[in-house]
Write a protein that binds this ligand. Structure first.
Ligand code: GCU
Length: 332
C-alpha cells in the first residue's frame, strides 16, 4: 500500500514536470527507435543525429535511441511513431509502402540504374518534399534518408547466375507488395517477414534465401547460414528517418531547423561510415565466414521485371511517383 502510494507520487511528479510536448525541466526528451545493432553504420549515424540535435540546441533537446528492434519490428515502430509513443523511427522505405503507396517506388526493382542515379533523385527537393510531407495524414513526416546500399540476393546453398536459377527458390522479402511481386517475376517463391525473424528462418529451412546489403551477412550474422551472395543489385532502398508530425509541429521554428539540419548532416556523415563498413564487412564475410560473392547476368533479371515497370507507370496509385522519379533521373 505504502509502496504504491510512493509510486503514485513519483508518477505525479514526473507527469507534473512534463508538459504536452514531452518537455521536462525545459529539456525536450525525444525517443528514436530502430532495428539495427549497436555497431551498424545506421546506428552510428543516428547517434550522430542525436549528438547534433543536443549540440545545436545547447542541451535543450535530447534524443534517446532504442536500437536492436527492442521496441518492435519496423511495422510496429512506424505505428509507435504514428501515435507519438516514440518521436522518431528509422525504418526501411520498403516498410513504409504499407502506409503510403509512394514509398513503393523504392522497391520497384532496377528503378535506379546505380547509386549515383539514386543519389541524384534523393538530392532533388521536389522528390524528397513530396515523399516527406505526404504521410502527414498518417501522423508522421520524413526528415531524411540514409544510404542502405544495393540489395543483393543471398542463399544458403544455391549459386544463382541467371534469373532462371531462381526457379522455386523460397526468398524472404520485406513486408512490401512490390518486393513480393519482384521475387515472383524472378520465378522464386516470396515470403514477407520482419527482419528479426530472417536468421532463424534461414537456419531452419523455412526459406532458402533472403536479399539485403552486405551488413546483413556480418552485422546480423546471416553469413553464418547463407554461403552465396549474388550481386543482383535489384533494389536501392534507403532507410528513412521519420518523425511524429504533431510533435514536429509543436516545436518552435528554431527547434524545427535544428532537427532538419541535424538530420541532413547525419545523412552526409552516414555516407562515410557506410562505405567504410561495407568494405570491412565484405572482407569479414569472405575471409571469416566463407561466403562466396558471385557476379550474375543482371540483364536477365532486368528483363524479368519489365512488366512490373509497365504496371507501375500506368497504375493510378503509382503513375505520379513513377513519373516524378523518371523526371528527376533525366533532369540535368
Ligand atoms: C535493411 C534496412 C532495415 C530493414 C532490413 C530488412 O537492412 O536497413 O531497415 O529492416 O533491410 O530487410 O528488413
Amino acid at each position: 500500500m505504502r509502496k504504491s502510494l510512493i509510486t503514485l507520487f513519483i508518477l505525479f511528479l514526473l507527469v507534473g514536470c512534463q508538459n504536452a510536448s514531452g518537455q521536462t525541466n525545459d529539456v525536450i526528451e525525444l525517443k528514436l527507435a530502430h532495428n539495427q545493432t549497436l555497431d551498424h553504420p545506421v546506428h552510428l549515424s543516428l547517434t550522430e543525429f542525436g549528438r547534433l540535435v543536443e549540440e545545436k540546441s545547447n542541451g535543450k533537446m535530447k534524443v534517446t535511441l532504442f536500437p536492436n528492434g527492442q521496441l518492435g519490428s519496423e511495422r510496429e515502430v512506424i505505428e509507435l511513431t504514428q501515435t507519438g509513443a516514440v518521436d522518431f523511427s528509422k525504418v526501411s522505405a520498403s516498410a513504409l509502402e504499407g502506409f503510403s503507396k509512394d514509398y513503393s517506388i523504392f522497391s520497384l526493382p532496377y528503378v535506379f540504374e546505380d547509386y549515383d542515379t539514386f543519389q541524384k533523385v534523393m538530392n532533388n527537393p521536389k522528390v524528397t518534399e513530396t515523399l516527406y510531407q505526404q504521410t502527414r495524414n498518417n501522423g508522421f513526416i520524413g526528415l531524411t534518408y540514409y544510404n542502405a546500399g544495393e540489395r543483393n540476393l543471398y542463399t544458403k546453398d544455391r549459386e544463382v547466375r541467371n534469373v532462371s536459377d531462381m526457379e522455386g527458390l523460397k526468398v524472404r522479402v520485406q513486408p512490401s507488395q512490390t518486393s513480393v511481386q519482384m521475387i515472383e517475376s524472378f520465378g522464386g517463391v516470396p515470403t514477407a517477414m520482419a527482419y528479426g525473424e530472417v536468421y532463424t528462418a534461414l537456419q531452419s529451412g523455412v526459406i532458402d534465401a533472403a536479399e539485403n546489403n552486405e551488413t546483413a551477412l556480418v552485422g546480423n550474422n546471416h553469413g553464418e547460414v547463407a554461403k552465396y551472395y549474388m550481386y543482383t543489385g535489384h533494389q536501392i532502398v534507403p532507410d528513412m528517418l521519420i518523425m511524429n508530425a504533431k510533435k514536429f509541429d509543436q516545436l518552435t521554428d528554431e527547434q524545427k531547423s535544428i532537427i532538419k539540419e541535424a538530420a541532413k548532416e547525419s545523412t552526409s556523415y552516414h555516407e562515410v561510415v557506410w562505405e567504410k563498413s561495407i568494405k570491412e564487412q565484405t572482407e569479414i564475410a569472405k575471409k571469416e565466414m566463407g561466403v562466396e560473392f558471385v557476379e550474375v547476368d543482371k540483364t536477365s533479371f532486368i528483363q524479368a521485371v519489365e512488366p512490373q515497370h509497365e504496371q507501375f507507370s500506368s497504375h493510378e496509385e503509382t503513375a505520379d511517383i513513377y513519373q516524378l522519379i523518371q523526371e528527376a533521373i533525366q533532369n540535368e
